[in-house]
Design a protein around this ligand. Sequence first.
Ligand code: IDP
Ligand code: MG
Length: 149
Amino acid sequence: MERTLIIVKPDAVQRGLIGEIIHRFERRGLRIIGMKFIQMSRELAEKHYGVHVGKPFYEGLVNYIISGPVVVMALEGTNAITAARNTMGATRCSDAAAGTIRGDFGLEIGRNLVHGSDSVENGVKEVSFFFSEDELVAWGRDVDGWIFE
Ligand code: IDP
Ligand code: MG
């Protein structure tokens, strides 16, 4: 089982796309183990995006992610990292395939609606930035055997 941190970014929240975005991950078969609606602090945003410090878009990125409330979700599943990123689509929305979240709802890289962890290691790390262990729910679904082989 892999874990990924998904963020429904401020543009998606403002545009009323929370349900649409959660629906896509839910239908994919990923199991929700944590979810909350928060206003991210600058401190948490800088920690989350620490890998991008020094890049030209860093300041804008931090300001964007704290510009309004977000939904953060911890999802679990087999191949969760790759599956979630394929459901999101390419970072640059204009290059994202139709049928993906970014390809269906976005035009620009700096308003790309959704975050998803990019590796198994970062999935574990990012989930721990946003959720304490007691905020994560260990549970099984009756359908798990039809989704996880
Ligand atoms: P990812 O979100 O697809 O993993 P990353 O390369 O990790 O993409 O970049 C993190 C976020 O930084 C992107 O989702 C996007 O919001 C923003 N970003 C990346 N590159 C640019 C850029 O060139 N201009 C503006 N924003 C960017
Ligand atoms: Mg990334």
